[in-house]
Design a protein around this ligand. Sequence first.
Ligand code: ADP
Length: 489
Amino acid sequence: MKPITALSVASEVYPLIKTGGLADVTGALPGALAAHQVTLLTLIPGYPAVLKAIDKAEPVHHFADLLGGPARLLAARKGELQLLVLDAPHLYDRPGNPYIGPDGNDWPDNAQRFAALARVGAELGQGLLPGFVPELIHAHDWQAGLTAAYLRYSDRPGPATVFTVHNLAFQGQFPHELLPVLGLPPNSFTMDGVEYYGAIGFLKAGLQLSDRITTVSPSYALEIQAQDAGMGLDGLLRQRSHHLSGILNGIDEAVWDPATDTRIPAPYSTRKLHARALNKAALREHFGLRSETDRLVLGVISRLSWQKGLDMLLETIPVLLSEGIQLALLGTGDAELETAFRQVAQSHPGQIGVAIGYDENLAHLIQAGADALLVPSRFEPCGLTQLCALRYGTVPVVARVGGLSDSIIDANEMALAAGVATGVQFAPVTADRLAAALVRAHALYCDRPVWKTLQRNGMRADVSWRRPAEHYAQLYRALLNARNPHVAM
Ligand code: ADP
């Protein structure tokens, strides 16, 4: 196998900076791809948190003026990650969230901030650093979407391009007047270029102009080609369907391992499932839930937003109560949902427990102590909590959409008979079907041998990065072969 040198361009990478699943993917892929002879460096903005966390940064290039100010490129490492950090204080030296200012609004110059990232990504692809010439650039989400545009509208040759969309809902659209500011030529502003409904579309540019598009599950790759989930881009995606595929994410098995998890009171494995009882007791205590034996505890760990469908859970509270199911919910997000969940917890102490906030330790305790984990999303590109739940023997109850439908095997008659079921799915995604799924999950829970089989099946499922990395490596090789048919990769 011929080694491949590639560059990942992303606005987040775990463990340096994370606001969502994107960081988990960009953080895990370089390590997982090393086994496939792929060396993947990562270009990332030099936010204060990133500059603080990196080891041994060495300046490797200076820009006299990068979209409004001087900048430099630092070569650095963080653990196994090989990084190129774009230190541009006029763009990134700001506290807090990478995208949103202290007033709660997007930074007004986000177009310049992320165009700069993409532009430097493109220049690296064209040999900016003599010692590092990537054959392929893998750009992520709207923040890196212009990478392919800078390459396309340049007269120099460039590398192959792969673009991954982690959530089509975030599109990065900016006024067309910015075209010259961003250094894009007038002829890029067309329907088959960066133009999108009269504006500059960063995500659209990535989808339109990259050689290959991936998203984070095969089902989401299909769903976004239809009007319902296409968010205005379904036409483009249908046109490019031959170059669009879905690769399910993995999870970090070192962080999410019930046998070695130091954040839970009682670590356990498939052979010591009974130890979960101690975690369940600790979870109940945390949420003030009555310790009645044999009550199913349903866990939720989620952003509270329309996408996640938790307003439908509020509608099914009467069913939850009549079934005697207890709820332990951890989440933060829309103020209305936060208030509504606080209120139901107050009305039903001992049966419904709610924690509003972001708390990684508590997320681990819920995974280790709840019997089932609910994910009723209206759409879900991949979803990570259900993958963690599988590993923790917490039976997932999920909406049959996107990555949820690809990762959970519904406990229908055939799957139970074949011994492969891992959870409960429901469709269509409505409060009624959710209520029916909760009743079905409760019935399965009451049949202890069946429930244990579901737990064990889930814990044995491969949710690591091994398979996804293999798929990405295959995609890279196939693309490079298509571009250079005479050089077998
Ligand atoms: P998203 O659409 O939010 O990226 P995912 O399921 O892909 O949804 O990933 C969410 C990740 O964030 C999971 O690892 C989950 O455990 C974590 N998470 C979500 N909400 C919370 C919270 N309130 N506290 C702690 N962790 C959370």
